[in-house]
Design a protein around this ligand. Structure first.
Ligand code: 3PG
Length: 397
């Protein structure tokens, strides 16, 4: 981005891929604007330098056609508020309406294209189809440049992330650079003890990162829905809790191979149904009643996890410890997050639900060293996987 600004952008069109994929409530109100806020600095710098900024982004996973539920309209409004300037929302992705909106942009103006996933070619596995859309997007910034600033989406080989970079002079935005810098600290030589806290519902989504992290971490704390597969691997009956039976054997092998590193809960909060008004109880992991489901780690576990976190010099946290969206099951996540905030470790919150938890539970954001905007992207980086949206920037820059 510095290179691009140095070369002069006044009056030029710059296409910025941002990750503005924010959670919305039933009334289409943004419930966590973290990703919009994180996208502001790059857009502001470009607009401030007189560029005509065209922002491309996705929201949710629409089925490749326009769907008002997934319109970026609320995001355009919020982005405008944060920039202190109107953000014109194009009526389509890269068609006639987008061209008209972009043509109307004054120097220093910002336009947002409609959800790129309204066009099925965005996520197509067929390279030719993706290249076609990429061509239309690139044409919107003809003579200008492409800035990749959507860190949360760099693990996707999609038209607006990957293919378009091949068609325009391309640059990494400030957010992408900052995120990569932080994550490289974790894979480089983190200060020890290095403690990783993992949660979230599916163990199947996390096994690759668990395997990749285990050699380098000192302690791996397991919470969230995925804890039950580990508890089952220890021989506990988990009642009606989330359980991925196919992965119990792998969990058992990991526990056998790393008994000194992996820490699983000793108590859980159980409920008779998945609801805020459920009957609840706190039980030890060996006493989960038949038909009841565990929805949070218990207080003894929270205390043990907090102690590990307090003694750490580096902490990476991905995935809530329980169903924090429902008040009776938020205390585990709150306790672990508070311990990270109170500790002196270099702390990285790995995007997605954990970042949302920090903000919606009202924890002090500034007490975390870095709150990533990338959920899947940061995990794939830590797994050592190639990030196509980054590779394409490095190739033929
Ligand atoms: C995310 O929410 O992790 C990013 O915005 C990517 O979204 P996706 O998983 O739908 O590709």
């Amino acid at each position: 981005l510095d290179d691009l600004l140095t070369s002069g952008v006044s009056g030029r069109r710059v296409l910025v891929r941002a990750d503005l994929n924010v959670p919305l409530d039933e009334q289409n109100r943004i419930t966590d604007d973290g990703r919009v806020r994180a996208s502001v600095p790059t857009i502001k710098r470009l607009a401030g330098a007189g560029a005509r900024v065209v922002v491309a982004a996705h929201l949710g996973r629409p089925q490749g056609e326009p769907d008002t539920k997934f319109s970026l309209a609320p995001v355009a409004r919020r982005l405008g508020e944060l920039l202190g300037a109107e953000v014109a929302l194009a009526g389509d992705v890269a068609g006639e309406q987008a061209r008209a909106t972009v043509n109307d942009l004054p120097d220093g103006g910002v336009a947002l294209l409609e959800n790129v996933r309204f066009d099925a070619r965005e996520t197509s596995k067929d390279e030719t189809e993706r290249a076609e859309l990429a061509g239309e997007l690139a044409a919107l910034a003809e003579g200008g440049a492409f800035v990749s600033d959507g860190f949360g989406v760099v693990h996707r080989k999609q038209a607006s992330v990957y293919d378009v970079a091949k068609l325009l002079p391309h640059y990494a935005g400030g957010l992408v650079l900052a995120e990569l810098d932080v994550l490289r600290t974790l894979t480089g030589n983190p200060e020890r003890p290095y403690v990783v806290v993992l949660g979230g519902s599916k163990v199947s989504d996390k096994l690759a990162v668990i395997e990749a992290l285990l050699p380098s971490v000192d302690t791996l704390l397991i919470g969230g829905g995925m804890m039950f597969t580990f508890l089952a691997a220890q021989g506990h009956s988990v009642g009606a809790s989330l359980l991925e039976q196919d992965f119990v054997a792998t969990a058992r092998r990991l526990l056998d191979e790393h008994p000194d590193k992996i820490v699983v809960p000793v108590d859980v909060v159980v409920a008779d149904k998945f609801a805020a008004d459920a009957s609840t109880d706190t039980v030890s992991v060996g006493a989960i009643p038949e038909g009841w489901m565990g929805l949070d780690i218990g207080p003894r576990t929270t205390e043990a996890f907090a102690a590990k976190v307090a003694a750490a010099k580096t902490v990476f946290w991905n995935g809530p410890a329980g169903v924090f969206e429902l008040a009776p099951f938020a205390e585990g996540t709150r306790g672990v997050a508070q311990a990270i905030a109170d500790g002196a470790a270099f702390s990285v919150v790995g995007g997605g639900d954990s970042a949302a938890a920090v903000r919606t539970l009202g924890l002090p954001e500034e007490k975390f060293s870095h709150i990533s905007t990338g959920g899947g992207a940061s995990l794939e980086f830590l797994e050592g996987k190639e990030l196509p949206g980054v590779t394409v920037l490095e190739e033929g820059a």
